[in-house]
Design a binder for this molecule. Structure first.
Ligand SMILES: [Ca+2]
Ligand SMILES: [Ca+2]
Length: 252
């Protein structure tokens, strides 16, 4: 979701390639639409977002509120606080920089907690590392992202319509896959708890967030519910928004 400062469109396009690789391994349809997306990037004629997102995921994402319907982010103190929180959760060993090792450590925590078999473990690690690669591609030094770099992200990145219409739905898709360990298209309480555990967030907080995210109260988080929560986290600046705990309690 967040990139380093001064990101131009070109760099975002580069990030997109990273994500394209994440998802293309098991979704040919998605790959095709990503290729089309890249073409659209350079043409003034854009397709309706609905059609595009439908093609980008195996199950179409139906946003409760479209990302483009949120007002521009102003990067208020509260919003920056959320960005700092994301940094804190990604910085697994808490040394003030995010590196590949943090993502490996995070994957390991999931693997150990859920006692995953070798195949599942490899898949989890692969997904996490590909997220890392796409994230670090925008960094000056691709081997690390400093806190200053990460937290100082230029909010105009998330205000671009390209980001909101095309990238964000992809991040939803990838983020959901990271959480949906067994790949059945639904995130269970255990899968959500494992995700929070992998980010060093107390399981108690997972229960609270899960209940907020499970809008229809069926005991699962669907990709639509996940998409709504993620959008509320990224595109709102209300200190009382109930999705503020998307990555666990906010840091100071
Ligand atoms: Ca699942
Ligand atoms: Ca649900």
């Amino acid at each position: 979701m967040f990139f380093k400062n001064n990101l131009g469109l070109l760099r975002i396009v580069q990030s997109r390639w990273g994500l394209a690789r994440v998802v293309s391994s098991n979704q040919i349809l998605l790959k095709k639409s990503l290729q089309r997306g890249l073409v659209l990037e350079y043409t003034p004629c854009k397709q309706p977002v609905r059609e595009l997102t439908d093609q980008m995921t195996d199950k179409p994402i139906s946003f409760k509120k479209m990302p483009t319907d949120y007002p521009p982010v102003t990067a208020s103190d509260h919003w920056r606080r959320k960005v700092r929180t994301v940094f804190n959760r990604f910085d697994s060993n808490n040394d003030g920089i995010i590196t590949k090792e943090d993502f490996e450590a995070s994957a390991r925590r999931t693997i150990e907690l859920l006692k995953l078999n070798a195949e599942q473990a490899a898949n989890i690690l692969k997904l996490r590392l590909e997220v890392w690669e796409s994230l670090s591609r925008g960094s000056k030094d691709v081997s690390q992202i400093t806190e200053k770099e990460f937290v100082g992200v230029d909010p105009s990145v998330v205000n671009q319509s390209t980001y909101r219409k095309e990238f964000f739905p992809m991040y939803v898709s990838v983020g959901f896959k990271v959480m949906d360990i067994d790949g059945d298209g639904l995130v269970t309480k255990d899968e959500h708890a494992a995700y929070f555990y992998s980010l060093n967030v107390p399981v108690e907080e997972s229960k609270k967030m899960f209940d907020v995210m499970d809008i229809n109260k069926d005991g699962f988080i669907s990709i639509d519910e996940y998409a709504h929560a993620y959008a509320e986290f990224v595109f709102t600046e209300d200190p009382n928004n109930k999705y503020n705990g998307f990555y666990g309690s906010l840091v100071d």
